[in-house]
Design a protein around this ligand. Structure first.
Ligand code: XUL
Ligand code: CO
Length: 438
């Protein structure tokens, strides 16, 4: 049944920028070497299970609009099996090297926690076979600690420790599954770790609960010998009014408070960055500058809407600037580009899933090629270096090396009669320069 869902779609191939075939790549050329690695290895694209296969097109005002065959199957385990087959045929046809999933996307929740674990094991047996057959790899696994009503007041930050224990069991199980499938990272998005009103919330207590949860996760990672990165995914709001993992800086401060800054990195989502009042590039730069960069959830928001629209990326300049920042710092280690992006609900046909991912991969590929030119040309980098030139001179070096106290610097400024001249920041010129690479 689900086997035939993508039957009409051909395997997607690279045809070059002049191709008019909408079911072909115009920029994503997987084996093309860019900045020393194949494009596929630089971008490490992943398809997410939740938006692409689990979601049926429903929104708060209306029912599902997508008629996916696996959603019509009444038995949840049979439905999960068909969904899995369809998912792997999609990955194969698209040529996506990675996928990502939550426990509840891939296997149904059972009547008990034990039954949920058993359901997951059965589907993972099949997923393991599909991964071996197709060569598609797991970028990261994660647990859904937000959909079930038991998590309405949070998971690790819930006022009830039994909910905390339940969440711990789900995370432990998914860490085992991720290890088994050789997943390259494990993600924790604090779905409902936040609050609606301080009238019923003890923020300090909830912080300690979250700190304890993450500490246990880090201990368990080492215990089972998981070598991938643990990643926290910041988001400022939605579903709660205030999410504790607001942005990368908030997460970093939190990690330091609980001594976990060496254990976790961040999975930065483009739309979440915008919601926190930052640009995507800001969040990536912050994480790189503080040694906590992990992976990216690649999507876009809408300038007119204040929520997480999770659209597929389509802005080459924005993508190029993020990739310029990332590639200048050496690119991904274990991370990748996870399309945490969903169709609009009127895009109801199987081929719409392909158009969305083809467009996403193409805009990343185009961004990567632009970033390559920016890096090789060195013009932008040189301008930046020139701006900080003074810090390579004796005064700048001595200041950073801690050789001068505040009083000594004051004496120096007075004795030399310092009168530094203002220099232009040249923003418009730099913007014009960046645009020349597009
Ligand atoms: C929600 C979101 C999640 C995480 C994984 O906004 O981004 O899908 O990526 O739990
Ligand atoms: Co995400």
């Amino acid at each position: 049944m689900a086997e035939s869902y993508f039957d009409r779609i051909p395997t997607i191939r690279y045809e070059g920028p002049s191709s008019e075939n909408p079911l072909a790549f115009r920029y994503y050329e997987k084996d093309r070497v860019v900045l020393g690695k194949k494009m596929s290895e630089q971008l490490r694209c992943a398809v997410c299970y939740w938006h692409t296969f689990a979601w049926n097109g429903s929104d708060v005002f209306g029912a599902g609009t997508f008629d996916r065959p696996w959603h019509r199957i009444a038995d949840p385990m049979e439905s999960a099996q068909e969904k899995l087959k369809a998912a792997f045929s999609f990955f194969e046809k698209l040529g996506a090297p990675y996928f990502t999933f939550h426990d509840r996307d891939i296997a149904p929740e059972g009547r008990t926690l034990a039954e949920s674990h058993a359901n997951l094991d059965k589907i993972i047996d099949l997923a393991e076979k599909e991964m071996a057959r197709t060569g598609v790899k797991l970028l990261w696994g994660t647990a859904n600690l937000f959909s079930n009503p038991r998590y309405m007041s949070g998971a690790a930050s819930n006022p009830d420790p039994e909910v905390f224990a339940y969440a711990a069991s789900q995370v432990r199980k998914m860490m085992d599954v991720t290890l088994r499938l050789k997943g390259e990272n494990y993600v924790l998005w604090g779905g409902r770790e936040g609050y609606e009103t301080l009238l019923n919330t003890d923020m300090g207590h909830e912080g300690d609960q979250l700190g304890r949860f993450f500490t246990m996760v880090a201990e368990y990672k080492h215990k089972i010998g998981f070598k991938g990165h643990l990643l926290i995914e910041p988001k400022p709001k939605e579903p709660t009014k205030h999410q504790y993992d607001f942005d990368s800086a908030t997460v970093y401060a939190f990690l330091q408070r609980y001594g976990l800054e060496k254990e976790f990195k961040v999975n930065i989502e483009a739309n979440h960055a915008i919601l926190s009042g930052h640009s995507f590039q800001h969040e990536v730069s912050y994480a790189l500058a503080n040694g906590i960069f992990g992976s990216l959830d690649i999507n876009r928001g809408d300038n007119l809407l204040g929520w997480d629209t999770d659209q597929f990326p389509n802005d080459p300049l924005e993508t190029a600037l993020v990739l310029f920042t990332l590639m200048s710092a050496g690119g991904f280690q274990t991370g990748g580009m996870n399309f945490d992006a969903k169709l609009r609900r009127q895009s109801i046909e199987p081929e719409d899933l392909f158009h969305a991912h083809i467009g996403g991969m193409d805009v990343l590929a185009r961004g990567l090629l632009i970033a390559e030119k920016m890096i090789q040309d060195k013009a932008l980098t040189k301008k930046l270096e020139q701006r900080y030139e003074g810090w390579n001179q004796p005064l700048g070096k001595d200041i950073l090396a801690g050789k001068l106290s505040l009083a000594e610097l004051s004496d120096l400024a007075l004795s030399k009669g310092l009168d530094p001249k203002a220099k232009s920041g040249r923003q418009e010129m730099l913007e014009n320069l960046a645009n020349r690479y597009i």
